[in-house]
Design a protein around this ligand. Structure first.
Ligand code: TXA
Ligand code: MG
Length: 320
């Protein structure tokens, strides 16, 4: 078992205040939800969100679920729909995530949504999650708190075993009672099941009074594959030392560009800037030359995204 440097916090007033303070400072904090333990970060803070991917060693930037303490906090971020209203009334707080279009001025980091114009939102019912979300009083991005490719944690000890030397703290709220990730539903009409989970499809269909379109059956085990992914309109040329005279340049480290992911070569900063910079350069409607990014640590996920963005759309799928 690895050494752990993470603080184990009790779900009392003092522990939750410490957890909220760590989140505000840009650190990653694991916390229980009724499904699994999540690895949380301030969803407004791109560098904090980048640290989630760094800690999990995720090989790819998948869009994350944003956790809020109630539906009215969620409605400030997204365009609400009738499907969302009915499902939220029936299942929130609970193990259900809804994918909805982002509202202008949402303020979320583009790393949370992986550059998409939709976001997955969830109001968990676990008492500790509720208390932490109230104490922090803002949106918390959180995937399951395990190293990429390993089993989702349902106790604080699982989190410590997997990530104890990589995260600031874990709030120990006891075992998770559902033990299975949330169900994800695309809540724009007519509604679509994106991932089966803690709320059954039958219960959702009973509330909506219709049958939901299902994900392609061979892809159910890889939920990331069913999300569409952000790709720029403009052609990308990777590992470029400099732009040719038709191109705009996305720089990194010593290679400065029209926009630069991180002048100091910091991969956390680069990850936080990735989707925002691509969006801005794409607006110029010129081909984009991209400086090399080292293929280590978070650089792997950055390069994975850049490769997808450079590939023809039909060959894109998501990993991890
Ligand atoms: O129970 C859960 O859902 C746990 C707890 C911590 O809340 N979280 C969780 O997160 O399972 P994660 O990162 O393992 O799964 C998030 C999935 C992604 O695989 C992605 O496919 C989907 O949510 N997702 C997120 N945003 C999306 C979007 N805008 N469109 C489609 N799918 C999205
Ligand atoms: Mg997971």
């Amino acid at each position: 078992m690895m050494n752990s440097s993470a603080d184990i916090l009790l779900p009392d007033e003092n522990g939750l205040a410490q957890a909220a303070k760590a989140l505000r400072s840009g650190a990653c904090v694991a916390f229980p939800t009724e499904t699994v333990y999540g690895l949380g970060a301030d969803a407004h803070n791109g560098q904090a969100v980048a640290r989630i991917f760094q800690a999990k060693e995720r090989p790819s930037f998948n869009p994350l679920i944003v956790h809020l303490h109630d539906a009215s906090a969620a409605q400030k971020l997204v365009e609400w729909t009738d499907v969302a209203e009915r499902l939220a009334n029936a299942f929130w707080p609970g193990p259900l995530s809804l994918v909805l279009p982002l509202k202008a001025g949402h303020g979320l980091s583009e790393l949370v949504t992986a550059g998409l114009d939709t976001v997955a939102i969830r109001v968990p019912r676990h008492e500790t999650a509720q208390k932490l979300l109230h104490a922090f009083d803002g949106p918390v991005a959180a995937p399951s708190a395990n190293p990429s490719g390993q089993i989702s944690p349902t106790t604080a000890q699982h989190v410590i075993d997997g990530l104890g030397n990589k995260i600031a703290a874990v709030v120990d709220g006891g075992p998770c009672d559902v033990g299975l990730e949330s169900t994800i539903v695309q809540a724009t009409p007519p509604g679509q099941l994106l991932r089966p989970g803690g709320v059954t499809t039958e219960d959702i269909e009973a509330v909506l009074g219709t049958t939901l379109a299902r994900p392609a059956s061979d892809k159910i085990t890889s939920p990331g594959q069913i999300a569409s992914h952000y790709a720029p309109q403009s052609h990308l040329r990777l590992n470029a030392a400099q732009p040719d005279n038709t191109e705009v340049m996305l720089g990194f480290g010593e290679i400065a560009g029209d926009l630069t992911l991180s002048a100091s070569g910091d991969l956390v900063e680069a990850a936080a800037n990735l989707f925002g910079h691509l969006h801005l350069l794409d607006k110029r409607r010129q081909p984009i030359a991209v400086a090399p990014v080292p293929n280590v640590g978070l650089g792997r996920a950055i390069n994975d995204r850049l490769k997808r963005a450079a590939a023809p759309r039909s060959s894109m799928t998501s990993g991890g």
